[in-house]
Design a protein around this ligand. Structure first.
Ligand code: RAM
Length: 447
């Protein structure tokens, strides 16, 4: 889309200076402001129970997200879980946690039903249960924190497979995690619904294989797919462990020209495979934020700030652009849209979600129409009016572009237009900046 391309440069400027604009000290946030957050109980025992402990995904969500939140609330954090993604091992962990008087169990379920009895016993003993990443049956938990909508993830898996198979289509296979994993199974179900649509008629799903989120098993399963289906065009792996193993197999076999790998992966893992053409596109979300949000919801539940009922709202500083979250049907909270990674952003720091991009572009379009200026001129004028910006260094491609950029001076956006651009482009701050924002007496804003 042309307007998107034109606005991308502008968006980068807006994104870059969003920190400066957030420094303005707008603390309003909505939802549960300062007064309510004081009522969060301290000293709670919070246990994270991942699908498995030796999976970098859970190391990130739990230790880089959940733990940060527990420490803020002066609680006791622990992470316990099986070394292999098995529901029975999770059951015995849940029983132990319950006996230890754990206040909250934050769990990613290896099986929707198998851990249900144990979770309900823990709840009867007084614990709150928050599922995140992979849900349990809704009758045995108080809330589920979904990384993005299930439909959104399933649809984008199908879309990426189609993109990678190309116009001629062909055979695709899924390399999943464990056969009972709630999250993978619901994404695959959405994917299958998509594949039944006419626009996917050239794709043929030949097999769903299970690598159990185990490196070696995933590697072998990927090799098996390549051997059994010599015409295979795409492996779709909706697991960070599986996608890495599949990319290693395809790249190692020097088949990157004929077989593509897509799915859900960590940018750092996948960077070499984006570059060598094995995996030109894949997705993921902010994994630390997922753990952080799960723990925040847990604290609010156990402190009685929320009950987990549909329609309740709450805010978490630093997430969702500081706008309130609304608890959805079946007590589900959605972290936010997933990100798409490809060669344009795999190296480039934080990715930009489509919804965010379009929201900014819409306001830029509107202000361009009101002022008769171009989108880059609006972005530059906005930037010039930031209190901490003294100079902009523009890299002009040619004389015409330089002239265009110079058209950004000699006039001013109105305060109302600036406020609209600020509101659309505000971004959640990374840790520790949003945290410091809570202590302005120690970290005063620059202006
Ligand atoms: C794996 C796990 C996890 C999933 C990610 C994408 O690490 O299966 O549950 O959400 O991949």
């Amino acid at each position: 889309m042309k307007r998107t391309a034109a606005a991308l440069a502008a968006l980068l400027l807006l994104g870059l200076s969003a920190t400066a604009c957030a420094e303005d000290g707008d603390d309003s946030g909505g939802g549960d402001g300062g007064a309510k957050s004081n009522t969060i109980k301290s000293g709670l025992k919070i246990a994270f129970l991942p699908k498995q402990v030796n999976n970098p995904y859970f190391d990130t969500s739990d230790n880089k997200g959940g733990k940060v939140a527990v420490e803020e609330f002066k609680g006791t954090y622990s992470e316990t879980g099986p070394t292999q993604a098995s529901p029975s091992a999770q059951v015995s962990d849940i029983n132990t946690l319950s006996q230890q008087g754990t206040n909250v169990i934050v769990v990613s379920a290896n099986d929707k039903d198998a851990i249900c009895g144990a979770l309900n016993e823990a709840r009867q003993a007084g614990a709150k249960v928050v599922t995140f990443d992979s849900d349990a049956n809704k009758s045995c938990r108080d809330a589920f924190i979904n990384q993005a909508t299930t439909e959104g993830i399933g649809e984008s898996l199908a879309k990426m497979a189609l993109e990678q198979a190309g116009a001629a289509g062909g055979e695709i296979a899924v390399l999943s995690a464990t056969p009972n994993a709630t999250n993978q199974n619901s994404w695959i179900a959405v994917m299958k619904t998509e594949l039944a649509k006419p626009e996917y008629s050239k794709l043929k799903l030949v097999k769903v294989a299970y690598g159990n989120d185990d490196d070696q098993k995933s590697f072998q399963e990927a090799q098996g797919l390549m051997q059994s289906y010599p015409n295979l065009k795409v492996i779709v792996a909706p697991t960070t462990v599986g996608i890495l193993a599949a990319a290693q197999v395809v790249s190692g076999a020097k088949k990157s020209d004929s077989v593509k790998v897509t799915g859900l992966g960590f940018p750092n893992d996948m960077k070499p495979f984006v570059k060598d053409g094995t995996s030109p596109v894949f997705g993921l979300w902010s994994v630390p934020d997922l753990g952080y949000l799960a723990e925040q919801v847990a604290e609010k539940l156990v402190s009685g700030q929320i009950k987990g009922t549909e329609g309740e709202t709450f805010s978490v500083k630093g997430l969702n652009g500081d706008k309130p979250y609304t608890i959805g049907k079946d007590s589900i909270v959605v972290l936010g849209p997933a990100f798409r990674f490809d060669k344009t952003n795999v190296d480039n720091g934080p990715p930009v979600a489509d919804e965010y991009l379009y929201a900014v572009v819409d306001v830029l379009d509107a202000v361009a129409a009101e002022t008769g200026k171009t989108i880059p001129q609006i972005a530059l004028n906005w930037l010039l009016q930031r209190p901490t910006v003294a100079t902009i260094i523009v890299g002009a491609r040619n004389e015409e572009q330089l002239r265009q950029n110079l058209g950004a001076i000699g006039w001013r956006l109105t305060p109302e237009q600036i406020a609209r651009l600020d509101a659309a482009s505000v971004t959640p701050l990374a840790y520790p900046y949003w945290h410091q924002r809570g202590f302005t007496e120690r970290n005063p804003p620059p202006v």
